[in-house]
Write a protein that binds this ligand. Structure first.
Ligand code: NAP
Length: 235
């Protein structure tokens, strides 16, 4: 049975991914930074909850130990937890504003990946799915009008977009460093969740599709790629 951990899985795209992977028979660990929200979400779908604040070293190491004790290995890690950051004009964005976005979106993915590497390396077909965004694509940012199928409304943001661009490069670098693990980035597309005040044009069922697909393919699939719901997304 495939063992999967999803960060930030108590709501939004993470929860929908957890629900679908449970339905598909995965043993799912719902990572959540709030124990009650995590427990409630996990109970609702027959999953296990694990306390996991992606910004906290001790918490992430404890989560890895918790999964090691119960499952001994990890097949699929979904780095999903993320924040949008403040909506401010570029001139008003401070280093602190950007740090507040990079800390979960980018450093969190590094922290969790590093802590779970030993468990992933115990899997026969390990995979890491980094939940990125079309807004992190340099190609789309350079010419949004040519890519309306990926990003129907281009939204400029110094913090969020650069955090996802860095997450994309992180994905490629990890893919090169660990050829035995499938590392891919995915863009769920503009989806109605709390992250955007439910302005997104897709449902979570539609948005989570690509995350679920890559998680189901696991280590048997491609590596070092960027996928959206309608195929490859340009870097
Ligand atoms: P959401 O509904 O706001 O959910 C975000 C999740 O991340 C929540 O479970 C939240 O936990 C968790 N989280 C935030 N900071 C955390 C931390 N420090 N440690 C652990 N968990 C943390 O947003 P969403 O739309 O589902 O977003 C999920 C991912 O999809 C994000 O990476 C986002 O950038 C990406 N994405 C979203 C869209 C979209 O249109 N919605 C498009 C492209 C990419 P709490 O409940 O405790 O706050």
């Amino acid at each position: 049975m495939t063992t999967t951990l999803i960060t930030g899985a108590n709501r939004g795209l993470g929860f929908e991914t957890a629900r679908r992977l449970r339905e598909a028979g995965h043993t799912v660990y719902v990572g959540a930074r709030d124990p009650e929200r995590g427990r409630a979400a996990a109970e609702a779908i027959g999953a296990r909850s694990v306390l996991l604040d992606v910004t906290d070293d001790d918490c992430v190491l404890a989560a890895a130990e918790y999964v090691r004790e119960r499952s001994g290995h990890l097949d699929v890690l979904v780095n999903n937890a993320g924040v949008a950051g403040p909506r401010k004009e570029a001139a008003d964005i401070t280093v602190e504003d950007i740090e507040a976005v990079y800390t979960p979106n980018l450093f969190g993915a590094v922290r969790v990946t590093q802590a779970f590497l030993p468990l992933l390396q115990k899997s026969s077909a390990p995979a890491v799915v980094n939940v990125s965004s079309g807004l992190g694509s340099l190609a789309i940012a350079a010419d949004p009008e040519q890519h309306v199928s990926h990003v129907p409304v281009y939204y400029a943001s110094l913090g969020y977009n650069t955090s996802k661009a860095a997450l994309n490069m992180l994905t490629v670098q990890y893919a090169k460093a660990f050829p035995g693990i499938a590392f891919n980035a995915v863009d769920p597309g503009w989806t109605a969740t709390d992250l955007n005040g439910h302005t997104g044009i897709q449902t979570v069922e539609e948005g989570a599709q690509v995350i679920v697909r890559l998680a189901m393919e696991g280590g048997g699939g491609p590596t070092g790629k960027f996928f959206g719901n309608s195929g490859i997304v340009p870097w």
